[in-house]
Design a protein around this ligand. Structure first.
Ligand SMILES: Cc1ncc(COP(=O)(O)O)c(C=O)c1O
Length: 376
């Protein structure tokens, strides 16, 4: 039996009548951008993130870019980011004219190490972007403490973690601004690209809203240089329907994770660890494979399991095979291979097993059987 990495078709089956009704309405009115569907979605999103403001945008990448633009930093200011993350976390820093400073992760959670953040602060530092990687919140109390001590802005990259909790609070509203993605593999999946910024800060919310539409403050009056970061109405309609089911999607991911914990126990794999006080929403179920050796040796072991699973129809994937500090486009920033040991080890060891709300029992048993058959 083939097990996909994600099933983007069956999630919509029982929503089709409501989706079609909304699309018919949009086609009939011609209101293709922003508008009432997007506004209704923003209200629901603000409630989910427990923030007074939610601004829907064109993507998670644009959410990061607009957040940085809204803060009004100066060219060359530094922003501390983890190296072990998706490209957009650092790519948007450069696009905003700022300098990413890559730091290492905590080995258990894969999230940015607050002590590495503290050590990286300079007099040019303006912001920290903790990423809630794979669906688990970063150590926000310590990060906020460091930020407060140095007057820094915290921008959460919550692209993979909508609905995750930290000490009983949803992610997104824990820093000054929170960035979300509705890319189809995310826990709240759009029908294409989409993203949002959530915040408790009235002034920044107004700035983000304005930047979303070319910084326009009145008819043909531009207070700021913004961009076209608008969300389509059909995305607003679909997300507005699907957000009502987010809690059940996340609950199902949690159940699937529990089953993996039970069935994969005892194998020579390090299973993901949920930190105390955090509600993990398992956008990915990421294990570590291989000795805690230098990356090349570890990667051989991981890749052997990856190939075994892929050859037997199980769509396991590696997120991420390379730290951002090793990417050619960031070579000028001065970090080199060997600089971020824990990131580089993770890159050689991680393997994400399929996990998605529509995954069936037999599909998950097949993943477990193939992992077990590899080790036997
Ligand atoms: C950690 C992280 N940040 C940012 C993004 C960017 O989101 P988008 O693909 O919606 O632009 C993603 C996902 O793709 C992500 O995983």
């Amino acid at each position: 039996m083939a097990v996909p990495q994600i099933d983007l078709v069956s999630q919509h089956e029982d929503l089709l009548p409501q989706l079609r009704e909304a699309f018919d309405d949009i086609l009939a009115t011609g209101g293709f951008l922003l508008g009432p569907y997007v506004e209704a979605f923003e209200r629901k999103l603000a409630a989910v993130c427990a923030t007074p403001h939610a601004i829907a945008l064109s993507s998670g990448t644009d959410a990061l870019l607009v957040s940085l633009m809204a803060c009004g930093f100066e060219r060359g200011d530094e922003v501390i980011v983890p190296s072990f993350t998706f490209f957009a976390t650092a790519g948007s820093v450069v696009r905003a004219g700022l300098t990413p400073v890559f730091v290492d992760i905590e080995p258990r959670s894969f999230n940015i190490d607050p002590e590495a953040v503290a050590a990286a602060v300079t007099d040019r530092t303006r912001a920290i972007i903790p990423v809630h990687l794979f669906g688990q919140a970063a150590d926000m109390a310590r990060i906020n403490e460091i930020a407060a001590a140095h007057g820094l802005v915290v921008i959460e990259d919550a692209a993979q973690a909508i609905g995750a909790g930290y000490e009983g609070q949803p992610v997104g509203g824990l820093g000054r601004l929170g960035c979300l993605s509705f890319y189809p593999t995310k826990n709240l999946a759009g029908l294409g690209d989409g993203g949002a910024v959530v915040t408790c800060d009235d002034e920044l919310a107004a700035r983000v809203r304005c930047l979303r539409n070319h910084g326009q403050t009145g008819a043909y009056e531009h207070q700021y240089v913004g961009g076209n970061f608008r969300l389509d109405a059909i995305q607003g309609a679909a997300l507005g329907l699907k957000i009502d089911r987010l809690a059940s999607y996340n609950e199902r991911r949690g159940q699937l994770a529990c089953y993996y914990f039970e069935k994969l126990a005892g194998l020579p794999l390090a299973l993901p660890e949920a930190e105390a006080g955090r509600l993990h929403v398992y956008n990915q179920f990421t294990v570590r494979v291989g000795e805690d050796a230098r990356p090349a040796g570890a990667a051989r072991e991981r890749d052997a399991l990856l190939n075994h699973l892929n050859e037997h129809g199980v769509a396991a994937r590696v997120y991420y095979p390379r730290g951002l500090h090793e990417q050619p486009c960031f070579a000028g920033l001065g970090r080199r291979v060997g600089d971020l040991d824990r990131t580089e080890r993770a890159c050689g060891q991680v393997l994400s097993l399929p996990i998605f709300p529509e995954m069936t029992g037999p599909q998950q048993d097949e993943v477990v059987a193939q992992v077990r058959s590899y080790f036997s």
